[in-house]
Design a protein around this ligand. Structure first.
Ligand SMILES: [Zn+2]
Length: 469
Protein backbone atom coordinates (compact mmCIF):
# COMPACT_ATOMS: atom_id res chain seq x y z
CA UNK A 1 0.00 0.00 0.00
CA UNK A 2 3.00 2.31 -0.22
CA UNK A 3 2.18 5.61 -1.79
CA UNK A 4 -1.46 5.18 -1.03
CA UNK A 5 -1.49 6.43 2.55
CA UNK A 6 -1.08 10.19 2.50
CA UNK A 7 -4.46 11.68 1.92
CA UNK A 8 -6.46 8.80 3.11
CA UNK A 9 -7.22 9.53 6.71
CA UNK A 10 -9.83 7.24 8.04
CA UNK A 11 -13.26 7.98 9.26
CA UNK A 12 -16.26 5.83 9.70
CA UNK A 13 -19.55 7.48 10.12
CA UNK A 14 -22.72 5.51 10.15
CA UNK A 15 -25.06 7.81 8.41
CA UNK A 16 -28.43 6.65 7.31
CA UNK A 17 -28.92 7.09 3.61
CA UNK A 18 -32.62 7.31 3.14
CA UNK A 19 -33.61 5.92 -0.20
CA UNK A 20 -37.31 6.44 0.20
CA UNK A 21 -39.54 8.74 -1.72
CA UNK A 22 -40.47 12.31 -1.13
CA UNK A 23 -38.55 15.46 -1.69
CA UNK A 24 -35.63 16.85 0.13
CA UNK A 25 -33.81 19.99 -0.63
CA UNK A 26 -30.40 20.24 -2.06
CA UNK A 27 -28.08 22.41 -3.96
CA UNK A 28 -24.67 22.07 -5.45
CA UNK A 29 -22.69 25.26 -5.38
CA UNK A 30 -19.23 26.27 -6.34
CA UNK A 31 -17.11 25.45 -9.31
CA UNK A 32 -15.90 22.24 -10.75
CA UNK A 33 -12.37 20.98 -10.87
CA UNK A 34 -9.69 22.57 -12.93
CA UNK A 35 -7.71 19.50 -13.64
CA UNK A 36 -6.94 20.29 -17.25
CA UNK A 37 -4.14 22.66 -16.57
CA UNK A 38 -0.51 21.75 -16.92
CA UNK A 39 -0.02 20.69 -20.47
CA UNK A 40 2.56 22.19 -22.74
CA UNK A 41 1.69 21.07 -26.17
CA UNK A 42 -0.62 20.39 -28.95
CA UNK A 43 -2.42 17.97 -31.10
CA UNK A 44 -0.51 17.55 -34.27
CA UNK A 45 -1.80 16.90 -37.69
CA UNK A 46 -5.08 17.41 -39.35
CA UNK A 47 -8.13 15.31 -39.70
CA UNK A 48 -8.50 11.68 -39.06
CA UNK A 49 -4.99 10.80 -38.02
CA UNK A 50 -4.86 7.04 -37.80
CA UNK A 51 -2.87 4.72 -35.64
CA UNK A 52 0.45 3.05 -36.15
CA UNK A 53 2.71 6.07 -36.23
CA UNK A 54 4.32 5.54 -32.90
CA UNK A 55 6.46 2.55 -33.60
CA UNK A 56 9.96 3.88 -33.30
CA UNK A 57 10.12 4.89 -29.68
CA UNK A 58 13.50 4.39 -28.08
CA UNK A 59 11.90 3.73 -24.71
CA UNK A 60 10.00 0.73 -25.93
CA UNK A 61 10.33 -2.42 -23.92
CA UNK A 62 9.44 -5.95 -24.66
CA UNK A 63 7.88 -7.22 -27.80
CA UNK A 64 5.70 -4.24 -28.40
CA UNK A 65 2.89 -6.47 -29.47
CA UNK A 66 -0.39 -6.48 -27.66
CA UNK A 67 -2.72 -9.34 -27.25
CA UNK A 68 -1.43 -10.90 -24.08
CA UNK A 69 -4.24 -12.78 -22.47
CA UNK A 70 -6.48 -12.12 -25.40
CA UNK A 71 -5.94 -12.10 -29.09
CA UNK A 72 -6.09 -8.38 -29.51
CA UNK A 73 -3.42 -6.36 -31.22
CA UNK A 74 -3.32 -3.12 -29.29
CA UNK A 75 -0.21 -1.91 -31.11
CA UNK A 76 3.18 -1.20 -29.59
CA UNK A 77 3.28 0.19 -26.06
CA UNK A 78 6.07 2.12 -24.39
CA UNK A 79 5.97 0.04 -21.20
CA UNK A 80 5.01 -3.48 -20.26
CA UNK A 81 3.91 -3.48 -16.59
CA UNK A 82 5.66 -5.93 -14.25
CA UNK A 83 3.10 -8.35 -12.85
CA UNK A 84 4.67 -8.69 -9.39
CA UNK A 85 5.09 -4.96 -8.90
CA UNK A 86 1.62 -4.21 -10.25
CA UNK A 87 -0.26 -6.82 -8.25
CA UNK A 88 1.91 -7.26 -5.11
CA UNK A 89 3.49 -3.83 -4.81
CA UNK A 90 7.07 -5.08 -5.03
CA UNK A 91 9.35 -6.96 -7.39
CA UNK A 92 12.21 -9.15 -6.22
CA UNK A 93 13.89 -9.44 -9.59
CA UNK A 94 16.80 -6.98 -9.62
CA UNK A 95 17.13 -7.54 -13.36
CA UNK A 96 13.43 -7.00 -14.03
CA UNK A 97 13.02 -5.57 -17.50
CA UNK A 98 9.35 -4.78 -17.04
CA UNK A 99 8.01 -1.42 -15.96
CA UNK A 100 7.21 -0.49 -12.36
CA UNK A 101 4.69 2.21 -13.17
CA UNK A 102 1.25 1.16 -11.94
CA UNK A 103 -0.10 -0.64 -8.87
CA UNK A 104 -3.27 -2.52 -8.07
CA UNK A 105 -4.19 -1.65 -4.48
CA UNK A 106 -7.37 -3.63 -4.22
CA UNK A 107 -9.93 -5.80 -5.94
CA UNK A 108 -13.36 -5.42 -4.39
CA UNK A 109 -16.38 -7.62 -5.02
CA UNK A 110 -18.77 -4.75 -5.56
CA UNK A 111 -22.02 -6.57 -6.36
CA UNK A 112 -24.13 -9.19 -4.66
CA UNK A 113 -23.40 -11.89 -7.20
CA UNK A 114 -19.76 -11.45 -8.00
CA UNK A 115 -18.52 -14.81 -6.74
CA UNK A 116 -19.49 -16.34 -10.03
CA UNK A 117 -18.14 -14.45 -13.02
CA UNK A 118 -20.63 -15.95 -15.37
CA UNK A 119 -23.55 -14.45 -13.52
CA UNK A 120 -22.01 -11.38 -11.91
CA UNK A 121 -24.00 -8.19 -12.10
CA UNK A 122 -21.88 -5.47 -13.69
CA UNK A 123 -20.44 -2.54 -11.81
CA UNK A 124 -21.78 0.12 -14.15
CA UNK A 125 -20.48 3.32 -12.60
CA UNK A 126 -17.84 4.54 -10.14
CA UNK A 127 -17.57 7.98 -8.55
CA UNK A 128 -15.23 9.41 -5.94
CA UNK A 129 -16.41 11.39 -2.93
CA UNK A 130 -13.59 13.51 -1.57
CA UNK A 131 -14.64 15.26 1.61
CA UNK A 132 -12.23 16.92 4.07
CA UNK A 133 -9.34 14.76 2.90
CA UNK A 134 -11.32 11.54 3.22
CA UNK A 135 -11.77 9.46 0.08
CA UNK A 136 -14.83 7.29 -0.34
CA UNK A 137 -16.06 5.55 -3.46
CA UNK A 138 -19.59 5.12 -4.76
CA UNK A 139 -20.41 2.27 -7.13
CA UNK A 140 -23.61 1.59 -9.05
CA UNK A 141 -24.58 -1.89 -10.21
CA UNK A 142 -26.96 -3.75 -12.42
CA UNK A 143 -27.95 -5.69 -9.30
CA UNK A 144 -30.09 -2.71 -8.25
CA UNK A 145 -27.90 -1.05 -5.61
CA UNK A 146 -25.57 1.85 -5.20
CA UNK A 147 -22.87 1.25 -2.62
CA UNK A 148 -20.47 3.38 -0.61
CA UNK A 149 -16.93 2.09 0.05
CA UNK A 150 -14.60 3.41 2.70
CA UNK A 151 -10.93 3.35 1.66
CA UNK A 152 -9.45 4.16 5.06
CA UNK A 153 -6.19 2.34 5.76
CA UNK A 154 -6.14 0.71 2.35
CA UNK A 155 -9.05 -1.57 3.21
CA UNK A 156 -12.13 -1.29 1.08
CA UNK A 157 -15.03 -1.72 3.41
CA UNK A 158 -18.63 -1.40 2.34
CA UNK A 159 -20.03 1.39 4.47
CA UNK A 160 -23.53 1.51 3.11
CA UNK A 161 -25.71 0.18 0.31
CA UNK A 162 -29.00 1.52 -0.95
CA UNK A 163 -31.52 -0.61 -2.84
CA UNK A 164 -32.94 1.22 -5.85
CA UNK A 165 -35.27 -1.62 -6.88
CA UNK A 166 -33.87 -1.69 -10.40
CA UNK A 167 -30.57 -1.51 -12.30
CA UNK A 168 -28.37 1.47 -11.46
CA UNK A 169 -26.59 2.93 -14.51
CA UNK A 170 -24.95 6.07 -13.16
CA UNK A 171 -23.62 7.38 -9.86
CA UNK A 172 -21.93 10.75 -9.78
CA UNK A 173 -20.81 12.91 -6.87
CA UNK A 174 -20.66 16.67 -7.41
CA UNK A 175 -20.05 19.07 -4.52
CA UNK A 176 -21.18 16.63 -1.83
CA UNK A 177 -24.33 15.66 -3.69
CA UNK A 178 -24.82 12.13 -5.01
CA UNK A 179 -26.73 11.85 -8.29
CA UNK A 180 -28.04 8.39 -9.21
CA UNK A 181 -29.62 7.41 -12.53
CA UNK A 182 -31.51 4.13 -12.60
CA UNK A 183 -34.57 2.27 -13.80
CA UNK A 184 -37.34 1.18 -11.46
CA UNK A 185 -41.08 1.00 -11.02
CA UNK A 186 -42.50 4.38 -10.02
CA UNK A 187 -45.33 5.09 -7.64
CA UNK A 188 -47.34 6.65 -10.43
CA UNK A 189 -47.04 3.68 -12.80
CA UNK A 190 -46.87 0.62 -10.59
CA UNK A 191 -46.72 -1.79 -13.52
CA UNK A 192 -43.99 -0.11 -15.56
CA UNK A 193 -40.29 0.54 -15.12
CA UNK A 194 -39.28 4.12 -15.83
CA UNK A 195 -36.06 6.13 -15.73
CA UNK A 196 -35.37 8.02 -12.55
CA UNK A 197 -32.77 10.35 -11.04
CA UNK A 198 -32.45 10.72 -7.27
CA UNK A 199 -30.14 13.22 -5.58
CA UNK A 200 -28.82 12.89 -2.02
CA UNK A 201 -27.23 15.63 0.03
CA UNK A 202 -24.23 13.76 1.44
CA UNK A 203 -23.89 16.27 4.27
CA UNK A 204 -27.35 15.26 5.43
CA UNK A 205 -27.86 11.79 3.98
CA UNK A 206 -30.77 10.77 6.17
CA UNK A 207 -32.91 13.29 4.31
CA UNK A 208 -35.03 11.76 1.56
CA UNK A 209 -33.46 12.26 -1.87
CA UNK A 210 -34.50 14.97 -4.26
CA UNK A 211 -36.20 13.46 -7.31
CA UNK A 212 -36.30 14.71 -10.89
CA UNK A 213 -39.90 14.74 -12.12
CA UNK A 214 -41.09 15.63 -15.62
CA UNK A 215 -44.39 16.89 -14.20
CA UNK A 216 -46.49 16.37 -11.07
CA UNK A 217 -48.39 13.55 -12.73
CA UNK A 218 -45.23 12.14 -14.32
CA UNK A 219 -43.00 11.61 -11.25
CA UNK A 220 -39.97 10.31 -13.11
CA UNK A 221 -37.28 11.67 -15.43
CA UNK A 222 -37.54 9.51 -18.57
CA UNK A 223 -39.80 6.78 -19.92
CA UNK A 224 -36.91 4.30 -19.86
CA UNK A 225 -33.70 3.81 -17.88
CA UNK A 226 -31.50 6.84 -17.22
CA UNK A 227 -28.18 5.81 -18.79
CA UNK A 228 -26.14 9.03 -18.77
CA UNK A 229 -25.88 12.05 -16.49
CA UNK A 230 -23.77 15.17 -16.47
CA UNK A 231 -23.95 17.86 -13.84
CA UNK A 232 -22.56 21.38 -14.12
CA UNK A 233 -22.23 24.09 -11.51
CA UNK A 234 -20.04 26.31 -13.69
CA UNK A 235 -22.39 29.11 -14.61
CA UNK A 236 -25.44 30.07 -12.59
CA UNK A 237 -27.64 27.53 -10.86
CA UNK A 238 -26.69 23.84 -11.00
CA UNK A 239 -27.87 22.00 -14.09
CA UNK A 240 -28.36 18.30 -14.69
CA UNK A 241 -28.46 16.79 -18.17
CA UNK A 242 -29.95 13.29 -18.25
CA UNK A 243 -30.01 10.81 -21.11
CA UNK A 244 -32.10 7.69 -21.44
CA UNK A 245 -32.13 4.28 -23.03
CA UNK A 246 -34.98 5.57 -25.21
CA UNK A 247 -32.67 8.18 -26.76
CA UNK A 248 -34.23 11.22 -25.06
CA UNK A 249 -32.16 13.96 -23.40
CA UNK A 250 -33.48 16.38 -20.76
CA UNK A 251 -31.90 19.44 -19.16
CA UNK A 252 -32.89 20.32 -15.57
CA UNK A 253 -32.18 23.51 -13.62
CA UNK A 254 -32.13 23.86 -9.84
CA UNK A 255 -34.80 26.35 -8.82
CA UNK A 256 -36.89 26.74 -5.64
CA UNK A 257 -35.33 23.68 -4.02
CA UNK A 258 -36.12 21.40 -6.95
CA UNK A 259 -34.67 20.40 -10.30
CA UNK A 260 -37.09 21.79 -12.88
CA UNK A 261 -37.32 20.47 -16.42
CA UNK A 262 -35.90 23.15 -18.69
CA UNK A 263 -35.33 21.49 -22.02
CA UNK A 264 -36.66 18.38 -23.69
CA UNK A 265 -34.30 17.34 -26.48
CA UNK A 266 -35.25 14.69 -29.04
CA UNK A 267 -31.77 13.26 -28.71
CA UNK A 268 -30.91 10.08 -30.57
CA UNK A 269 -32.48 6.99 -32.08
CA UNK A 270 -30.97 4.74 -29.38
CA UNK A 271 -29.57 4.70 -25.85
CA UNK A 272 -27.63 7.79 -24.73
CA UNK A 273 -24.13 6.83 -23.58
CA UNK A 274 -22.40 10.15 -23.02
CA UNK A 275 -23.14 13.84 -22.41
CA UNK A 276 -20.86 16.88 -22.13
CA UNK A 277 -22.31 20.33 -21.42
CA UNK A 278 -20.19 23.37 -22.31
CA UNK A 279 -22.08 26.18 -20.55
CA UNK A 280 -19.73 28.92 -21.77
CA UNK A 281 -20.58 28.05 -25.38
CA UNK A 282 -24.20 27.02 -24.77
CA UNK A 283 -23.34 23.72 -26.39
CA UNK A 284 -24.32 20.21 -25.39
CA UNK A 285 -22.53 17.21 -26.89
CA UNK A 286 -24.30 13.85 -26.82
CA UNK A 287 -23.47 10.36 -28.07
CA UNK A 288 -25.43 7.14 -28.38
CA UNK A 289 -25.26 3.54 -29.37
CA UNK A 290 -26.83 4.61 -32.69
CA UNK A 291 -23.24 5.55 -33.64
CA UNK A 292 -23.87 9.29 -33.80
CA UNK A 293 -22.48 12.27 -31.93
CA UNK A 294 -24.71 15.35 -31.86
CA UNK A 295 -23.91 18.92 -30.94
CA UNK A 296 -26.86 20.91 -29.59
CA UNK A 297 -27.30 24.65 -29.26
CA UNK A 298 -28.91 25.06 -25.83
CA UNK A 299 -28.87 28.87 -25.71
CA UNK A 300 -32.66 28.85 -25.88
CA UNK A 301 -33.57 26.07 -23.47
CA UNK A 302 -37.14 25.66 -24.66
CA UNK A 303 -36.02 24.90 -28.21
CA UNK A 304 -32.63 23.29 -28.27
CA UNK A 305 -31.55 22.58 -31.82
CA UNK A 306 -29.10 20.10 -33.26
CA UNK A 307 -26.29 22.13 -34.82
CA UNK A 308 -24.35 19.22 -36.14
CA UNK A 309 -24.58 15.45 -36.33
CA UNK A 310 -21.36 13.49 -36.61
CA UNK A 311 -22.06 10.16 -38.25
CA UNK A 312 -20.07 7.63 -40.26
CA UNK A 313 -21.54 8.66 -43.59
CA UNK A 314 -22.08 12.21 -44.82
CA UNK A 315 -25.64 13.53 -44.89
CA UNK A 316 -26.74 16.75 -46.59
CA UNK A 317 -28.75 19.43 -44.83
CA UNK A 318 -32.48 19.06 -45.28
CA UNK A 319 -34.62 21.93 -46.55
CA UNK A 320 -36.43 23.03 -44.54
CA UNK A 321 -34.30 21.85 -41.59
CA UNK A 322 -35.95 19.13 -39.57
CA UNK A 323 -36.58 20.25 -35.99
CA UNK A 324 -34.12 18.76 -33.58
CA UNK A 325 -33.02 15.87 -35.67
CA UNK A 326 -31.48 15.85 -39.10
CA UNK A 327 -28.56 18.22 -38.93
CA UNK A 328 -25.94 18.04 -41.68
CA UNK A 329 -22.99 15.72 -41.23
CA UNK A 330 -19.68 15.67 -43.04
CA UNK A 331 -19.20 12.01 -42.20
CA UNK A 332 -15.93 10.68 -40.73
CA UNK A 333 -17.70 9.75 -37.50
CA UNK A 334 -17.73 6.41 -35.70
CA UNK A 335 -18.83 3.25 -37.49
CA UNK A 336 -20.29 1.52 -34.41
CA UNK A 337 -21.88 2.46 -31.07
CA UNK A 338 -20.33 5.52 -29.45
CA UNK A 339 -19.71 4.68 -25.79
CA UNK A 340 -18.46 7.82 -24.04
CA UNK A 341 -17.54 11.49 -24.36
CA UNK A 342 -15.02 13.38 -22.26
CA UNK A 343 -14.07 17.02 -22.15
CA UNK A 344 -10.38 17.83 -22.40
CA UNK A 345 -8.65 21.20 -22.47
CA UNK A 346 -5.05 22.05 -23.23
CA UNK A 347 -3.30 25.26 -24.27
CA UNK A 348 -4.08 24.18 -27.84
CA UNK A 349 -7.79 24.48 -27.17
CA UNK A 350 -10.85 22.68 -25.91
CA UNK A 351 -11.45 19.20 -27.23
CA UNK A 352 -14.08 16.51 -26.90
CA UNK A 353 -12.90 12.92 -27.02
CA UNK A 354 -15.27 10.16 -28.12
CA UNK A 355 -14.85 6.40 -27.72
CA UNK A 356 -16.55 3.67 -29.71
CA UNK A 357 -17.05 -0.04 -30.09
CA UNK A 358 -15.44 0.48 -33.52
CA UNK A 359 -12.17 0.53 -31.55
CA UNK A 360 -11.30 4.17 -32.12
CA UNK A 361 -11.01 7.17 -29.89
CA UNK A 362 -11.46 10.42 -31.79
CA UNK A 363 -10.64 13.97 -30.76
CA UNK A 364 -12.91 16.80 -31.89
CA UNK A 365 -12.59 20.54 -31.77
CA UNK A 366 -15.03 21.37 -28.95
CA UNK A 367 -16.70 24.26 -30.73
CA UNK A 368 -16.53 23.41 -34.43
CA UNK A 369 -16.87 19.64 -34.29
CA UNK A 370 -13.88 19.17 -36.59
CA UNK A 371 -12.09 15.85 -36.15
CA UNK A 372 -8.47 16.51 -35.16
CA UNK A 373 -7.28 12.99 -34.30
CA UNK A 374 -8.34 9.36 -34.41
CA UNK A 375 -6.53 6.44 -32.81
CA UNK A 376 -7.35 2.75 -32.94
CA UNK A 377 -7.16 0.59 -29.82
CA UNK A 378 -7.39 -2.93 -31.22
CA UNK A 379 -10.85 -3.66 -29.82
CA UNK A 380 -14.01 -1.88 -28.76
CA UNK A 381 -13.58 0.95 -26.24
CA UNK A 382 -16.29 1.12 -23.59
CA UNK A 383 -15.17 3.92 -21.28
CA UNK A 384 -12.35 6.39 -20.71
CA UNK A 385 -11.24 9.19 -18.38
CA UNK A 386 -8.67 11.98 -18.40
CA UNK A 387 -6.28 11.51 -15.46
CA UNK A 388 -2.93 12.72 -14.22
CA UNK A 389 0.14 10.55 -13.80
CA UNK A 390 2.40 10.75 -10.73
CA UNK A 391 4.27 13.68 -12.32
CA UNK A 392 1.10 15.60 -13.16
CA UNK A 393 1.05 14.89 -16.90
CA UNK A 394 -2.35 14.38 -18.46
CA UNK A 395 -3.01 10.84 -19.63
CA UNK A 396 -6.05 9.05 -20.99
CA UNK A 397 -7.13 5.83 -19.25
CA UNK A 398 -9.19 3.54 -21.44
CA UNK A 399 -11.38 0.52 -20.63
CA UNK A 400 -12.06 -2.06 -23.36
CA UNK A 401 -14.63 -4.71 -24.21
CA UNK A 402 -12.35 -7.60 -23.20
CA UNK A 403 -11.49 -6.06 -19.82
CA UNK A 404 -8.12 -4.50 -20.61
CA UNK A 405 -7.03 -1.09 -19.40
CA UNK A 406 -4.92 1.09 -21.70
CA UNK A 407 -3.01 4.25 -20.84
CA UNK A 408 -2.22 6.85 -23.52
CA UNK A 409 -0.30 10.09 -23.40
CA UNK A 410 -2.69 12.96 -24.00
CA UNK A 411 -0.64 16.01 -24.97
CA UNK A 412 2.46 15.92 -27.10
CA UNK A 413 5.75 16.34 -25.23
CA UNK A 414 9.34 16.29 -26.52
CA UNK A 415 9.45 12.63 -25.45
CA UNK A 416 6.04 11.38 -26.47
CA UNK A 417 3.57 12.17 -29.24
CA UNK A 418 -0.03 12.89 -28.36
CA UNK A 419 -2.07 9.69 -28.00
CA UNK A 420 0.96 7.39 -27.90
CA UNK A 421 0.24 4.12 -26.10
CA UNK A 422 2.09 4.00 -22.77
CA UNK A 423 0.99 0.65 -21.37
CA UNK A 424 -1.67 -2.05 -21.50
CA UNK A 425 -2.97 -4.04 -18.53
CA UNK A 426 -4.92 -7.26 -18.90
CA UNK A 427 -6.28 -9.62 -16.27
CA UNK A 428 -3.98 -12.28 -17.66
CA UNK A 429 -0.69 -10.42 -17.48
CA UNK A 430 -1.09 -7.75 -14.79
CA UNK A 431 -4.46 -6.39 -13.75
CA UNK A 432 -7.75 -6.00 -15.54
CA UNK A 433 -11.33 -7.21 -15.64
CA UNK A 434 -12.73 -10.50 -16.87
CA UNK A 435 -15.39 -8.99 -19.06
CA UNK A 436 -15.85 -5.44 -20.27
CA UNK A 437 -14.58 -2.47 -18.30
CA UNK A 438 -17.84 -0.60 -17.70
CA UNK A 439 -16.60 2.44 -15.79
CA UNK A 440 -13.35 4.23 -15.10
CA UNK A 441 -12.77 7.30 -12.96
CA UNK A 442 -9.73 9.20 -11.73
CA UNK A 443 -8.97 10.24 -8.17
CA UNK A 444 -6.34 12.24 -6.30
CA UNK A 445 -2.66 11.25 -6.18
CA UNK A 446 -2.84 9.53 -9.60
CA UNK A 447 -5.30 6.93 -8.32
CA UNK A 448 -7.94 5.50 -10.62
CA UNK A 449 -10.85 3.14 -10.18
CA UNK A 450 -12.48 0.77 -12.62
CA UNK A 451 -15.77 -1.15 -12.53
CA UNK A 452 -16.33 -4.22 -14.65
CA UNK A 453 -18.89 -6.60 -16.06
CA UNK A 454 -17.27 -9.13 -13.69
CA UNK A 455 -18.76 -7.27 -10.72
CA UNK A 456 -15.36 -6.09 -9.51
CA UNK A 457 -14.10 -2.68 -8.48
CA UNK A 458 -10.34 -2.29 -9.06
CA UNK A 459 -8.38 0.35 -7.14
CA UNK A 460 -5.25 1.36 -9.06
CA UNK A 461 -2.58 4.04 -8.98
CA UNK A 462 -0.03 5.38 -11.43
CA UNK A 463 3.16 5.29 -9.37
CA UNK A 464 6.10 5.45 -11.76
CA UNK A 465 7.64 7.90 -14.20
CA UNK A 466 6.00 7.43 -17.59
CA UNK A 467 8.87 9.43 -19.12
CA UNK A 468 6.69 12.06 -20.70
CA UNK A 469 8.91 15.04 -19.78
ZN1 LIG B 1 9.52 -6.13 -11.84
Amino acid sequence: MSGFGGNYSGSSNNNNYNSGGGRGSGRGGGGSSGRYSNSSSNYRGGRGRSSGRYNNNSHSRGSGGGGRGGHVNYGPAKFKPCKDYTTKGSCNNSNCSYAHVVQLHGTVNATNSSNNNTTAAAVTSVSIWENSGVIKIFTGSDDGFWRLWNTAGGNFVKEFESPMNGPVSVVQVVNNFLFCGFEAVSRALPDTSVGMVHVWNLQNPSQPPLELHMAPLLPYAHNQAVTALTITTDAGPPKVVSGSRDGSIRVWTFRDNAFVLESDIPGHAREITGLVLLPANNLLWSCAIDGAIRIWDVSQPAKATCQYAITAAPSPPTNPPAPGGAAPSAGHGHTAAVTSLVNFSSPAGAFILSSSLDGTIKAWNGTTGECVASETNGEGVVTMVVAQDAQGNQVLLIGTESGSILCRNLVQTPKAPAFSLLFIMTSFFSAGHQGAVKAITAGPAATFYTGGADGKLLVLQLTGDLQLQ
